[in-house]
Structures are given as structure tokens and as C-alpha cells.
Design a protein around this ligand. Structure first.
Ligand SMILES: Cc1cc2nc3c(=O)[nH]c(=O)nc-3n(C[C@H](O)[C@H](O)[C@H](O)COP(=O)(O)O)c2cc1C
Length: 382
């Protein structure tokens, strides 16, 4: 267990009080050095229901665990004696520049982790020149997040096909008028899954910005739509010219269907293990999706369990154009708001740069499938 930056005394005080005293400045303790350290810190400082809301997956959490574990089953085959003195991590997502291929996945309610919420995340993202997908469940408004990301942050807006289509239209309009470059439709969450965070009570000052005028008691009846089909995706195309990215595709068949519906990109995702338990880890599902769309201009991204620079390298080697991180950003916010989220992004960016160097890859295009091998002995032990 990583207890490096929190004294055992503070840990016990937390257990006695339910949470840490507010005047204990965690950011002044020993500094976290890897993304896992941020999670351990968050576990100790966040109120239990909030930590559980962010961290848990769908019971019994096999997929949640496997998202991270599966990366370890892939081993690296570096090329040596290459000049790696200059490394270039810049890339594009749907034509928009980003400084390195690691962006922020949509996660709801950042204000539960830090008062500045998504604005802190957006400033951190903008300051390092990458991008974020803003969750439909954002506490901050789409306008404010767009301003906070300006000028260097790529922004895409996540939404669901809600039961009340006027909510969809409203998010689309806001995305268009505030310079969001794509709509990310999450398609693997058609039913309400309260999960183990059911007991979470959201303090009244924390708002769901996109649903500010919807009564909380009515929210699930206007939001949850169990009958979404490809027709709704086609309808979405009919009301906007923004590119559409589908989040939650994990099979070659679905990826090929997406090609027929003018989809610009796919995020191979299992909602961080919060969806159906028993789904494969996303890194294991990636190759099938990449193969299915090979030769098209569809971009394939991945999220789920990405925690180190070598995870990023492995995902890119297996065909992802970029990866997204979800929970680590929340842990960064809990650590120190904007600065904490920025440190998370800087750590994984620098780890990735080092992994490129040690693998003999000065450019992203050098990161090819022969760089990884699946370790079958490791799988057998699981
Ligand atoms: C607390 C939490 C809230 C999330 N909210 C959303 C959401 O609003 N929309 C969405 O498409 N995905 C949501 N996700 C899923 C993330 O976008 C992403 O798929 C997942 O967190 C990636 O895995 P990782 O956390 O292991 O990096 C959420 C995930 C978490 C942990």
C-alpha cells in the first residue's frame, strides 16, 4: 500500500472522524510520484461515499480490475541503437492538435473532488496542451469549461441520447456555439445502474449544469432511455454537422456498423468497469476494433485502466490513436485541484516520453504492433 505521503496518524484520525480535518494541507505532504499514489491519497481524504462513487465498478468488479491488470499481460520488445535524443509526441484527434496522445475521459461531478470542479480540470488540460471530453454530468457549465480550456485545450462534449430529446438538442447547440469539436455519444449505458454508490448524497450547492432546470426527482425519467438504436444516431447527424464519436464499442461487428453510420471515431471503453461486469479489458478488445476499421479514416481511441506511460505505449502499439484517463484526474483534483490534475497529466506524459525513448521510438509512427507481445504464461496464472 502506498502510504508515502500521509502519516499513519492522519490515517487513523480519518478513520475516527470519517474524513480528514479540513486544515490538513495534503499537498504539503510527500509528493506523489506515480498515478497510483494519487488514488491512495484520494482514498484517505475523500468522504467514503464520494471515494466509492468514483472508484467502484459494477459488482463483482472483474472488469474494473482487469482493465488495469490486462496491460501487464503485454510485454515490450524495444528496438535499441536508435537515436531517441529528440522525441515528438504531438498528434491530432479528428484534425485538432494535441501535444501528446493522452487526454481526459468524461467523468461526472468533479465538484465532489474539488470545489473548482471541471474548471480546474479544464485549466490543467489547457496548460499542458491536451484535450478533454466534458461529461454530460458536469457540474460546471459548458460555456465556462470552454473558456477555461481556451486557447490550447481540445474540447469534445459527451452526451447520451436522453429520453427527452430537447436535452440532447440543448447540449448539441451549446457544443456548437462554444467551439466543442465533436460530440461523444456514450452508447453502452442505456439503463440506470445505481451500483454501490447508491448512498451518495449530493450536497445542494453542487449542481448538474446541463440539467439545472430539471427537478432532481424527475431526472432519471427524462434522462434514461432504454430504447436507443442506430436510428437515434442518424437523427443526431440530422441536427448537427459536428463529427460524432461513439464511446463504448468493443467488437469488430459494432465497429463495422459504425462505419456505415458516418461515425468519425470510436472510444474502445467499458466505462471504466462501471458497465456490465465480465466485459473484456479494453486493451484486450482494442485489436479487434482496430482490425475492423483498418483502411478507413475512422480514428480509434481507448480508455480504461491506463495508469502508466508504458500502458499508453502498449495501447498505441496495438492501434489506438490516443488514450483517455478517467479516475486519475479525479484523484489529481482531490490532491490539489488544478495543480493536482496538471501533475497527473505531466507525470503520465513524462512516463510516456521515457517509454518511447527506452523502446527506440522517437516518433509516434514508430510505435508499431511488433513492439508488444502478449505474455501467455502471465494469462495462464490469472
Ligand atoms: C466517477 C466516474 C464518472 C463517469 N462518468 C461518465 C460520464 O458521465 N460519461 C461517460 O461517458 N463516461 C463516464 N465515466 C467513464 C469514463 O469516461 C471512462 O470510460 C473511465 O473512467 C475510464 O477508465 P479509468 O477510470 O480506468 O481511466 C465515468 C467514470 C467514472 C469513474
Amino acid at each position: 500500500m502506498h502510504m508515502s505521503f500521509l502519516s499513519v496518524r492522519a490515517y487513523h484520525m480519518r478513520n475516527a472522524l470519517g474524513r480528514l480535518p479540513l486544515n490538513l494541507n495534503m499537498a504539503s505532504q510527500h509528493k506523489p510520484v506515480c498515478l497510483k499514489d494519487f488514488e491512495e491519497h484520494a482514498r484517505l481524504v475523500l468522504p467514503d461515499p464520494v471515494y466509492r462513487y468514483y472508484s467502484h465498478g459494477f459488482y463483482p468488479e472483474q472488469t474494473l480490475r482487469d482493465n488495469e491488470e490486462a496491460f501487464k499481460r503485454y510485454r515490450l520488445r524495444p528496438r535499441l541503437l536508435r537515436d531517441v535524443s529528440k522525441r515528438d509526441m504531438r498528434t491530432t484527434m479528428l484534425g485538432q492538435d494535441i501535444a501528446f496522445p493522452i487526454a481526459v475521459a468524461p467523468t461526472s461531478m468533479h465538484c465532489l473532488a474539488h470545489n473548482d470542479g471541471e474548471l480546474a480540470t479544464a485549466r490543467a488540460v489547457g496548460s499542458v496542451g491536451t484535450g478533454m471530453i466534458l461529461s454530460a454530468g458536469t457540474n460546471s457549465t459548458m460555456e465556462d469549461v470552454a473558456a477555461a480550456l481556451f486557447p490550447n485545450g481540445l474540447r469534445w462534449a459527451q452526451l447520451y441520447i436522453f429520453k427527452d430529446l430537447s436535452l440532447v438538442r440543448r447540449i448539441v447547440k451549446k457544443a456548437e456555439t462554444n467551439g466543442y469539436g465533436a460530440l461523444v455519444v456514450t452508447i453502452d449505458y442505456p439503463v440506470s445502474n445505481k451500483g454501490p454508490w447508491g448512498s451518495l448524497r449530493i450536497p445542494p450547492h453542487i449542481k448538474m449544469a446541463n440539467f439545472a432546470d430539471v427537478e432532481l426527482s424527475r431526472l432519471s425519467s427524462v434522462v434514461i432511455n432504454e430504447s436507443v438504436t442506430w436510428k437515434d444516431i442518424d437523427w443526431l447527424h440530422s441536427i448537427t454537422s459536428l463529427p460524432i464519436v461513439l464511446k463504448g464499442i468493443r467488437t469488430g461487428e459494432m465497429a463495422r456498423e459504425a462505419l456505415n453510420h458516418n461515425i468519425a471515431g470510436i472510444v474502445v471503453s467499458n466505462t471504466g468497469g462501471r458497465n456490465l461486469d465480465g466485459l473484456p479489458a479494453t486493451i484486450d478488445a482494442l485489436s479487434e476494433v482496430v482490425e475492423a476499421v483498418r483502411g478507413s479514416c475512422m480514428e480509434v481511441y481507448l480508455d480504461g485502466g491506463v495508469r502508466t506511460g508504458t500502458d499508453v505505449l502498449k495501447a498505441l502499439a496495438l492501434g489506438a490513436r490516443a488514450v483517455f484517463i478517467g479516475r486519475p484526474i479525479i484523484w489529481g483534483l482531490a490532491y490539489d485541484g488544478e495543480a493536482g490534475a496538471r501533475t497527473v497529466l505531466e507525470i503520465i506524459r513524462d512516463e510516456f516520453s521515457l517509454a518511447m525513448a527506452l523502446s527506440g521510438c522517437p516518433k509516434l509512427s514508430d510505435i508499431t504492433p511488433d513492439l508488444v507481445i502478449r505474455d501467455l504464461r502471465y494469462s495462464a496464472k490469472l
